[in-house]
Design a protein around this ligand. Structure first.
Ligand SMILES: [Zn+2]
Length: 408
């Protein structure tokens, strides 16, 4: 099975000048060759004409929770039923695929392992999933209230055990959570050290949730591979990250949309007094302060040359699952070039995943994941929203073929 996709503009994810009128020769799910303009089409292959489109590598969202249901209006139904949770996750991963996000890094969820398998088996159309299985936090720590999605662990040996449990369950990576919305770090240094050491010893990468300064620094010292959020970094911490090669996943859209919701709620309620007494409302000042810092924090990380990969995180009911396009638009608005931003959601993300041998760029030998869009995203990054075709594993996934069964 071989197909040639003729592209108007090919942005291959390596960060170089785009190619005009090149073609992607796909065979058995992989890129056999990128054919430059003017090369002949091999005989006996199907040709798909995308000459009116720009083509980029399949996007990678580095921070999702594929089944997050706490922001749904009917929480009780999800609380009662694992099937409801799985249905929500199935909807989410199909939705992300349709928008050109061919890969998700699921940094803790209750059904990530099952969703990964269901997509592999062809039971569900959906983005490819790499999952941390359950996240690991201290007893009562950030995320501990998330039923099914988190394992509480205390003390270095228990943290090691929790890591082993995720490996046993089939996780692709390990997720540690080490801060909440205050200045107090959660895991102690020796617990973080033990978690990272155990994961690395067994050959797994570590993503660490750290939104505040002390825990961010502790996570970098422990040697985590990706720092999730890192919203309150200092120059010293950024220098440590640059030196250690730690990836930053800023997830700005999560904080920005929470701040927007907070502003709305404060306006609506009795001078904000009522809202401030709710579970989320007591963090109102935290969201507002963090939102104010997003741009300067991002610009400093970029200026320092940190490795930045794009991710989104769970947000609020008004915001779609995996709002990666919005995150990328924020990156461009904050001075990151369009090409660099595309790389942050493709090649750099694949490197942070440890999967750059297969994913992240459109190059000979790689898995054939790409998205055709109308208009060049180099002129306007939001053109990535105008999806015309999504190819994953060398198969056209969007428009999604309607499954049809013949009964005999
Ligand atoms: Zn998260």
């Amino acid at each position: 099975m071989a197909t040639v996709y003729r592209c108007g503009l090919l942005i291959d994810g390596r960060g170089e000048e785009p190619l005009r009128n090149a073609s992607i020769f796909v065979e058995s799910g992989r890129v056999k060759e990128v054919l430059l303009a003017g090369s002949g089409v091999p005989e006996g292959v199907d040709v798909v004409d995308l000459s009116g489109c720009a083509v980029v590598p399949g996007l990678i969202d580095m921070h999702v929770h594929c089944d997050y249901w706490y922001s749904q209006p009917n929480v009780a139904e999800y609380l009662e039923s694992d099937a409801m949770v799985a249905c929500l996750a199935a909807r989410n991963i199909r939705f992300s695929l349709e928008r050109g996000i061919t890969t998700l890094r699921d940094v803790s969820s209750g059904v990530g392992l099952q969703m990964r398998r269901a997509v592999q088996m062809g039971h569900l159309p959906g983005s490819r999933i790499f999952t941390a299985a359950k996240g690991i936090c201290m007893t009562g720590g950030h995320g501990s209230s998330i039923i099914r999605g988190v394992r509480e662990a205390d003390g270095p040996e228990d943290v090691r055990k929790a890591v082993r449990e995720q490996v046993k369950a089939g996780a692709d990576l390990i997720k540690l959570l080490s801060s909440h919305r205050s200045e107090t770090p959660e895991f102690r240094q020796e617990e973080l050290d033990a978690g990272v050491d155990e994961a690395h010893r067994l050959g797994y990468r570590v993503a660490c949730h750290a939104g505040i300064m002390p825990s961010s620094k502790m996570a970098v010292l422990a040697g985590v591979d990706t720092l999730e959020h890192g919203t309150h970094l200092t120059d010293e911490a950024r220098e440590m990250m640059a030196k250690a090669g730690t990836y930053l996943i800023p997830t700005m859209i999560a904080y920005h949309s929470m701040a927007e919701a907070t502003r709305r709620m404060l306006q609506q309620s009795d001078s904000g007094g009522d809202y401030r007494r709710t579970t989320l409302g007591k963090y109102a000042d935290w969201w507002l302060k963090t939102d104010d810092m997003l741009e300067s924090q991002f610009r400093k990380a970029a200026a320092m040359g940190l490795k930045i990969a794009a991710g989104t995180d769970i947000v609020i009911p008004e915001v779609e699952f995996a709002p990666l396009h919005t995150e990328m638009e924020m990156m461009v608005k904050f001075g990151y070039g369009e090409l660099k931003t595309i790389c942050a959601a493709t090649r750099v993300a694949s490197e942070a995943l440890g999967k750059s041998q297969d994913l992240g760029t459109i190059e000979k030998g790689k898995i054939a994941d790409f998205v055709a869009v109308e208009g060049s995203p180099l002129d306007d990054i939001s053109n990535l929203r105008k999806v015309k075709m999504v190819v994953k594993d060398g198969r056209v996934e969007v428009p999604v073929p309607v499954p049809y069964y013949r009964w005999s």
